[in-house]
Design a protein around this ligand. Structure first.
Ligand SMILES: Nc1ncnc2c1ncn2[C@@H]1O[C@H](COP(=O)(O)OP(=O)(O)O)[C@@H](O)[C@H]1O
Ligand SMILES: [Mg+2]
Length: 269
């Protein structure tokens, strides 16, 4: 119910404003700042000037109708695609266009809307590969603890191909976490989870934020967004049309129009 406390919301143009603290109650400077991000596919702008910032320990929700650019945003920040315009700043350093492996070593990793584990490797081997690729020194990742925290320990010796889709999502999260990210981008992790699983995954994401990891959570399930996020960015046609708490977003006329004009997923209004 609190009014939007942050001055650099939609007008987050990266012109020098540092956030004055949002839902996390911290006054930390942004870890990541996205300024006017553009991504084109042919003549189509999937991202058309998207701007937002992310602070350490913050969980930022990225919501919006299908096709509004959420996954593209994650793909560009994580280095899968090069941006066609705008800036991505990590601790003030421009990182747009760096390849994924460099970004992983700088502490940025993501999960996939459709997970792509190495199907013939076991669950444990998948996480071991990720840990070896990541930014911790070899042997520093407690893989057993990680598997346990995501309820994958009893599946550790099974090939990834034998996991169901929810377990594959948890494995995808385990692989991302094994690289010790400072920023974790999560793409529709909650889809397909039952209410108890949703609750547990939500608590897990909040525990990561409590360890000062910054998270961007893309999700359609507004209950989940409400459970985990401090703040949301609402995207439409590759732009941010709202920045602030979800409670305020659902009362914003433009946001309501975008959601009602698109699909009704039962939670946006
Ligand atoms: N690799 C691609 N090639 C062409 N068009 C793409 C590609 N990736 C995404 N798009 C288009 O960009 C728009 C945004 O897609 P996406 O970021 O996946 O949306 P969201 O995740 O919000 O549903 C859509 O119109 C989609 O078809
Ligand atoms: Mg998507």
């Amino acid at each position: 119910m609190s009014p939007e406390p942050d001055t650099d919301t939609e007008a987050d143009t990266g012109t020098g404003t540092t956030g004055t603290g949002t839902g996390t109650g911290t006054a930390a400077a942004p870890l990541l700042r996205i300024v006017g991000l553009v991504k084109r596919f042919g003549g189509f702008r999937a991202l058309d000037g998207l701007s937002f910032h992310l602070k350490p320990g913050e969980i930022l929700g990225l919501v919006g109708p299908n096709g509004s650019g959420k996954t593209t945003c994650i793909n560009v920040i994580s280095g899968l695609y090069r941006p066609d315009g705008g800036q991505i700043l990590l601790d003030g350093r421009a990182i747009g266009g760096l390849p994924s492996h460099r970004l992983v070593h700088l502490g940025i990793n993501r999960t996939f809307q459709v997970p792509k584990p190495f199907m013939t490797l076991t669950v444990r081997e998948n996480v071991e590969v990720a840990a070896a690729y990541g930014r911790r020194r070899p042997g520093k990742t407690d893989i057993e603890a990680l598997l346990h925290s995501l309820e994958l320990d009893s599946h550790a010796k099974r090939p990834a191909s034998e996991l169901n889709s929810v377990q594959q999502k948890m494995l995808d999260l385990a692989r991302a976490l094994a690289t010790a990210p400072r920023i974790l981008l999560v793409d529709e992790l909650a889809a397909g989870l039952n209410p108890a699983e949703l609750e547990r995954v939500g608590e897990r994401l909040k525990a990561l934020a409590a360890q000062n990891i910054a998270l961007v959570v893309v999700e359609h399930l507004m209950g989940f967004i409400d459970q985990v996020t401090d703040r949301v960015i609402v995207c439409n046609a590759g732009r941010g049309i709202f920045a602030g708490p979800l409670s305020a977003a659902i009362r914003d006329r433009q946001v309501v129009e975008v959601f009602l004009g698109a699909e009704d997923d039962g939670g946006a209004a």
